[in-house]
Design a protein around this ligand. Sequence first.
Ligand code: NAD
Ligand code: TYD
Length: 358
Amino acid sequence: MILVTGGAGFIGANFVLDWLAQSDEPIVNLDKLTYAGNLQNLASLAGDRRHLFVQGDIGDRELTDSLLLQYQPRALINFAAESHVDRSIHGPKDFIQTNIVGTFHLLESVRDYWSHLPGETRKSFRFVHVSTDEVYGSLARDEPAFSEAHRYEPNSPYSASKAASDHLVRAYHHTYGLPLLTTNCSNNYGPYHFPEKLIPLMIVNALAGKPLPVYGDGQQIRDWLYVKDHCAAIRRVLAAGHPGETYNVGGWNEKPNLEIVHTVCTLLDELRPRTDGKAYHEQVAYVADRPGHDRRYAIDARKIESELGWKPAETFATGIRKTVQWYLDNQEWVRDVQSGAYREWVEKNYGERQKVRS
Ligand code: NAD
Ligand code: TYD
């Protein structure tokens, strides 16, 4: 079996669902169930004996030691993290605790487990650490996309904490020989994406008749990848990646935020037109920029394509249509994640941002 951490979050849940749709190899899923973890993402697995959920912290050494000993996984995939840049600006502490200290404890636990494995099992064991392109910092418009050799220049507490975890992973391979692999992926989108991030927030706010808050001039560029393509890349890295290597994962799909927002609006105009006949883009509201906002991320994903044969299956046009349709079809999921805690966050993050212009 494999052990997955953070498997009740956005990418982790998609990974668990896709894994069990393609394989009968069981999964132990360790997740703390923070505000971002949601067992409803895994509701379709109710009663499925191939999925064993354990609520707990990756930094709880006693727990991870006992899970490793009890289930003897052949691999571990670490998705668990605090993942939202804006939250890291309001309160970096949890990011340091989980992304750095938590990863450290997990590495120690795995080092102990792995060093006691018998020969062949030890050789084939793998630990995939799921990270982000944000560790590389920000690019000017004309600079080449991030390759794996790009220097680390993280700019937010989130990206700095992920960068630190990547460095620990690198050191544990280099020093102890642990068979670790790191993936650095661009912005994901798709089903089960918590509506604090750009794309789901825009869909949810548009349907609720609320403003669509665009930070600054909306010309910041991100590379966008459909989440199921990311999950396929991780499966490929697990199966064929070389320990100690890092792989950049991206969608060859750089777009300014404003274009993303307009695409979402146009799809909603088609799939769920406003009852007053107006266009959704009329709800766009320019608000104060994010402090230290990175201008551009772009991923050079040639290494994973040439060495492991992975490339994205979805284009942005197909992926975003599926995503918008998923949110339209899953309004109950949306309602359920908009708890009191969610509303508090929206007030905290957007209450202070004065509307600049619309
Ligand atoms: P998410 O915030 O949706 O989910 C994170 C999950 O981790 C949640 O289920 C949460 O409960 C769990 N978790 C948090 N702290 C924990 C702890 N201490 N112990 C155990 N579980 C804990 O995040 P996501 O978007 O699914 O991202 C997953 C991973 O992929 C993260 O490491 C993130 O840095 C990375 N990543 C995300 C993106 C993206 O666009 N979302 C892109 C590249 C890389
Ligand atoms: P986000 O989804 O938070 O991902 P990240 O910061 O990790 O790239 O944001 C994506 C982009 O969208 C980023 O440039 C910030 C911008 N953004 C807005 O303009 N308005 C919003 O309300 C949010 C959440 C993000």
